[in-house]
Design a protein around this ligand. Structure first.
Ligand code: SAM
Length: 328
């Protein structure tokens, strides 16, 4: 479904509603019945979840956003010069706060034409599109509401592209899904296009675990928002009070894992899934992973997906890196 919104400079395509709901239900059901039990991370990001994630980005414990912001402030002009792009495509764009730093650099270089925010959360794509055409007079925005794991062919044709994947979102995908995703990003690009991949590096466990267990409990609210989404989406009858937020580092997999842990023995009815899920006290459902890489592992991921590394942009504490790569 395509809409032109209040301004000739904004087009929004919505692809999520065209998907058969039976596919989503089967994915949720299979995840709940698997071992470990999982729910798809993308459902954390309805409009409420996206708002909560914006609040997480402001938390003192969540060092990732300010670190990435600083790297961009320092390196955006170099990134734009190296990529020579006049179209910015952002996968998992969210509130696009840090994106402004790249748009400003494109503007300074006289190359600011076209921005494509691509996100599963419709409300935030619409909001960001409106904000950006107001902030940048000549900018055309073509928003895509879709799943970046299955709708990349809907990225609109445009100019010379810089495709960016910020916020360490690659870490939310396991190795198999991450490799498939990066290959499909590569296939969706043209020769000469560039890709900017944000990766969060392994650091002290205390710092990592604190980032997902903030003292104000915002991350807990964000995690429990999954319950509200499931209540609405598949008529699940579980209560947020019956679950605790748990986030811990898994050393073997080098990743933070986030769970909803049942705090009592309970049977949860999922009406639309034709499922009654029996949970023991202490049993966990995983809602998110966030893998922490080193440079070598990230470079291998890029090479396996047919990208050539151009340059790393890294903060002085080596907490986070932006890898600029070229499509081969
Ligand atoms: C970790 S946040 C990063 C947001 C923003 N890029 C930043 O750096 O702050 C992940 C973003 O990806 C979006 N997202 C998650 N899964 C998605 C999917 N399968 N398809 C499209 N967007 C997705 C979420 O809605 C959210 O905006």
């Amino acid at each position: 479904m395509r809409t032109t919104v209040g301004s000739d400079n904004i087009t929004i395509d919505v692809h999520l509603t065209t998907q058969d709901p039976a596919i989503d239900r089967a994915e949720i059901r299979n995840g709940l019945l698997s071992s470990p039990r999982v729910l798809p991370t993308k459902y954390l990001y309805d409009d409420r979840g996206s708002e909560l994630f914006e609040q997480i980005c402001e938390l003192p414990e969540y060092y990732q956003t300010r670190t990435e912001f600083q790297i961009l402030v320092t390196c955006a002009d170099k990134i734009i010069a190296r990529s020579d792009a006049d179209e910015l495509v952002e996968l998992g764009s969210g509130a696009a706060t840090k994106t402004r730093v790249l748009l400003d650099a494109m503007d300074r270089a006289g190359q600011l034409n076209f921005y494509v925010p691509f996100d599963v959360s419709e409300g935030i794509v619409r909001r960001v599109s409106q904000e950006l055409v107001e902030e940048y007079a000549a900018l055309k925005v073509h928003g895509v509401v879709g799943d970046f794991l299955s709708h990349l062919e809907h990225i609109p044709d445009g100019g010379k592209r810089l495709v960016v994947f910020l916020g360490g979102t690659i870490g939310n995908l396991d190795d198999v899904a991450g490799a498939a995703f990066l290959s499909s990003v590569n296939k969706a690009m043209e020769l000469g296009d560039h890709f900017l991949l944000s990766v969060q590096f392994v650091t002290e466990v205390n710092r990592l675990e604190a980032a997902y267990n903030d003292s104000k409990g915002v991350t807990a609210k964000f995690n429990k928002n999954m319950i509200s989404v499931m209540q609405e989406m598949v008529r699940a009858d579980f209560s947020p009070d019956a679950f605790d937020h748990v986030a811990r580092f898994n050393h073997v997999e080098s990743r933070i894992e986030i769970f909803l842990r049942s705090n009592k023995r309970q049977a949860v009815i999922f009406q639309d899934l034709d499922l009654v899920l029996s949970l023991e006290n202490g049993e966990e459902i995983r809602t998110e992973i966030s893998t922490k890489y080193d440079r070598k592992r990230a470079e291998q991921l890029l090479a396996d997906a047919n990208f050539e590394l151009v340059e790393w942009y890294v903060d002085s504490d080596e907490l986070l890196g932006l890898a600029l790569a070229k499509k081969l």
